[in-house]
Design a protein around this ligand. Structure first.
Ligand SMILES: Nc1ncnc2c1ncn2[C@@H]1O[C@H](COP(=O)(O)OP(=O)(O)OP(=O)(O)O)[C@@H](O)[C@H]1O
Ligand SMILES: [Mg+2]
Length: 259
């Protein structure tokens, strides 16, 4: 395997009953590369991220992380190894504060290591954790919301908080499922601004529908249709790929694509 390759799948397949949601996908992302995945609703994008993060086990094929076969490695272990994800429908603890969510995420990353005794919540308020969480709250402009219960936050702040939860675990690879979904232009640009900091510092895989926003930050674009990756390469090249024009844009050879 190429030494630069951080995430790789070989013939990975996920089946629900007799429906093939992800169909024998070969995919590779190099170290610190930012790759976008687009595709119609139901194409299998979220299912594919679930295979990468370990939420699902494939029926066939393998997932590799830094050259190691992690196909059967559970999600928590993959987080400890340095792979972190966010969810299409924000996945946070709604009934506790912003601070507690961040501290829990930090703690979850550390869980595999030795930790002093005491209840989880006692540990979350250790001085060192307070400092780390405080810095991240500031970085993501959530410091004024630290004690707020998450269910009361606007969606934009929730999405920023979910990114902050990924950030605090200091992953090597970040998997993002529709970070812009449900947000207005201003909020999307705030998230884009945050993501820009990670570009070429972390390996990032972003599933999104908002192509014009996505192509501002990714190096490569992949298109998924009916469970298969039908094209992957530079953004321009991929968007104009004959198979993408036919299956994704559904335009004829001489028609213009409107982004
Ligand atoms: N747990 C499940 N059980 C049965 N079918 C499922 C399950 N999860 C996903 N599917 C089906 O697999 C297909 C792919 O779903 P998936 O959520 O991966 O699509 P997607 O590309 O993320 O779509 P969207 O852009 O709407 O988020 C869909 O037809 C969906 O109904
Ligand atoms: Mg999805």
């Amino acid at each position: 395997m190429d030494a630069r390759c951080v995430v790789k799948t070989v013939g990975v397949t996920k089946v629900f009953g007799d429906f093939v949601a992800v169909n024998s996908v070969d995919f590779e992302v190099n170290d610190r590369e930012a790759v976008g995945i687009i595709g119609p609703n139901g194409a299998g994008k979220t299912t594919f991220l679930n295979l990468l993060s370990g939420l699902y086990m494939p029926e066939e094929g393998s997932v590799f992380f830094k050259g190691r076969d992690v196909t059967r490695v559970p999600p928590q272990k993959r987080i400890e190894m340095g792979m972190m994800r966010t969810f299409q429908l924000v996945h946070v603890f709604d009934n506790i504060s912003v601070y507690d969510n961040l501290a829990l995420s930090y703690y979850r990353k550390l869980e595999g290591r030795a930790f002093p005794p005491g209840s989880v919540f006692t540990r979350l308020f250790r001085k060192d954790i307070e400092k780390i969480v405080g810095d991240v709250l500031e970085l993501f402009e959530l410091d004024k919301r630290s004690t707020q219960i998450v269910s009361n936050l606007p969606l934009g702040s929730k999405k920023r908080m979910e990114l902050a939860m990924a950030h605090i675990a200091d992953p090597e690879v970040i998997l993002l499922d529709e970070p812009f979904a449900g947000l207005g232009d201003i909020e999307i640009d705030e998230i884009l601004g945050i993501l820009t900091h990670y570009i070429h510092k972390k390996t990032i895989i972003i599933v999104e529908h908002k192509i014009t926003k996505l192509t501002q930050i990714v190096d490569k674009l992949a298109v998924m249709c009916d469970g298969a990756i039908i094209a992957c390469g530079g953004c321009e090249e991929t968007l104009n790929d004959p198979e993408v024009r036919k299956s994704y844009w559904k335009v004829s050879e001489d028609e213009q694509v409107c982004l």
